[in-house]
Write a protein of this length. Structure first.
Length: 241
């Protein structure tokens, strides 16, 4: 009887162990399946991310290419669409193959007669750069005579009844357009400032003229009368456009 009880107990133990082993095997299979599923999802996610990045890179590259057709790196891309070239600043020296810019010409000196065109001031007004009244330190600029004129002026050795004292002489200060006219301003130059003897100015409109007006001295007043502006004759041979 004891041997029969022991046999039954052993059978129950073996059966329980078998059931536990079966359960462990099932759990192991489930865990392995879960691991394979997770790895599969990770691979799929990685491939999808890579494809997305590659697509984005291709799209960006197609939208932002350099001059050779290669994609620009992110920090090379323009912040905004290119804009058209700004209008030239009307001052300084122009590119060699372009028309001259408007404004002061520090490379131009007056080289004409010393007879006064306006009070205490000799002035030359021309529609071309090659003229004996002009002395250029650099190459003569290219001007468009239908829209640009050149003016040069000087008070040196020009007859003057009451020349200003303590100045370096007459100097071009600037110009403005008023209606059909162009007004050139001339100042008595003080110490420590550069002398300017010429400029490129706009050609006045039909029926207009070029006037010289002094800003702080006698230079540029009319030779006769009490007006504040001196009217200049147009360039010789000038024909209205």
């Amino acid at each position: 009887m004891n041997s029969n009880l022991a046999g039954k107990r052993k059978a129950r133990v073996e059966t329980g162990a078998g059931r536990a082993g079966a359960r462990n095997t099932s759990a192991g299979r489930a865990a392995a399946a879960g691991t394979r599923l997770g790895l599969g999802l990770l691979v799929v996610g990685t491939l999808a991310c890579k494809a997305s990045v590659q697509a984005d890179a291709n799209t960006s590259g197609a939208a932002h290419l350099d001059a050779s057709g290669k994609p620009l790196r992110s920090f090379d891309r323009p912040m905004e669409a290119p804009v058209s070239a700004p209008d030239p600043v009307h001052e300084g020296v122009e590119p060699s193959n372009a028309f001259a810019l408007y404004g002061a010409r520090h490379d131009l000196s007056y080289n004409g007669p010393r007879a006064a065109s306006c009070a205490c001031l000799a002035v030359a007004l021309r529609d071309r750069a090659q003229d004996s009244a002009f002395q250029w330190e650099l190459d003569e600029p290219r001007v468009e005579p239908n829209s640009q004129w050149i003016i040069a002026l000087s008070s040196n050795d020009v007859p003057c009844d009451a020349p200003p004292s303590a100045t370096l002489g007459a100097s071009y200060q600037g110009y403005v357009t008023e209606g059909n006219d162009v007004v050139v301003y001339v100042e008595a130059l003080g110490e420590g400032r550069p002398m300017t003897n010429g400029a490129i100015i706009p050609r006045p409109k039909p029926s207009g003229a070029v006037f010289v007006e002094p800003t702080n001295a006698v230079y540029g007043k009319p030779l006769e009368g009490k007006g504040k502006r001196c009217k200049l004759a147009p360039p010789a041979g000038d024909a209205k456009p």
